[in-house]
Ligand binder design. Structure first.
Ligand code: DGL
Length: 262
């Protein structure tokens, strides 16, 4: 059995964890979210790299982690080289699913819905140039939707007026995206609501591809077919708001929520 760390700024990484745990139920999961520095999409690149390296290194050492999943596009598109240099265990990242979207689009128009950080990264622009040549890729960075996804997970209703405002120019143009890349791991939490507004659009995320990659890397680790692994969660600030997440996290198979001590 392996100990797998799944890391994000908030609740978005759960959408990746869900895919990995469904594929590999017999491993143990540590879900860590850096809510003290949330939202990552608004952090400067040096601050983001420093925060991720410090916290992830601590979590790996403190929990005998065998494999790390950076379940955050905003962090993966900038911090993966530094993390791989710092850590001795494999690090799997999540980047926007531009390549599958380019293969799926019929009208040649793709929307990339991500954080302001991710849409501004050189990494993202290289990904588009490399894997979606000749396609029209429209970029939108929306921290307000990251916050809506957090609210939804905590049991609050999604603000559909706000969602419509954010997506407005993709609903009314003559040529609108027929394929939408959910380039932030928070956004699959809003997929029902996005589908209500864009019923003809295919939504693409990277969760299942990450799960396949993790399965490939752990192919040699023996697992029991009988025992299901355990899951627990850590945050960087266990305030009243975070405490309210304890019950929703239990529903995702994460039995406890503690603050990281470092
Ligand atoms: N879930 C994250 C992502 O995939 C980051 C959200 C945020 O903290 O801004 O980009």
């Amino acid at each position: 059995m392996a100990n797998i760390l799944v890391f994000d700024s908030g609740m978005g990484g759960l959408t990746v964890y869900r895919e990995i745990r469904r594929t590999l139920p017999a491993h143990n999961y540590v879900y860590c979210f850096d809510n003290a520095n949330f939202p990552y999409g608004e952090l400067s690149e040096p601050a983001l790299i420093a925060a991720c390296c410090r916290l992830v290194s601590h979590m790996v050492a403190a929990n005998a982690i065998d494999l790390v999943v950076i379940a955050c596009n905003t962090a993966s598109t900038i911090a993966l080289p530094a993390l791989r240099e710092t850590l001795k265990v494999p690090v799997v990242g999540v980047v926007p699913a531009i390549k599958p979207a380019a293969a799926l689009t019929h009208n040649g128009c793709i929307g990339l819905l991500a954080t302001p950080g991710t849409v501004s990264r050189a990494y993202t622009h290289t990904l588009i140039a490399q894997f979606a040549p000749g396609k029209r890729v429209l970029l939108k960075g929306a921290t307000e939707l990251v916050i809506e996804a957090e609210h939804k997970l905590a049991g609050r209703p999604v603000n559909m007026v706000l969602l419509r405002e954010v997506l407005a120019d993709w609903l009314d143009e003559a040529v609108v995206p027929d394929t939408l890349v959910l380039g932030c791991t928070h956004f699959p939490l809003l997929d029902d609501e996005i589908r209500q507004l864009m019923p003809d659009c295919q939504l693409v995320d990277s969760g299942s591809a990450v799960a396949r990659r993790v399965a490939h890397l752990l192919a040699d680790v023996p697992t029991s077919m009988l025992a299901e692994g355990k899951g627990r969660a850590y945050c960087t600030r266990l305030d009243a708001q975070a405490q309210k997440l304890t019950t929703p996290l239990q529903a995702w198979g994460l039995s406890s929520l503690e603050e990281v001590e470092f």
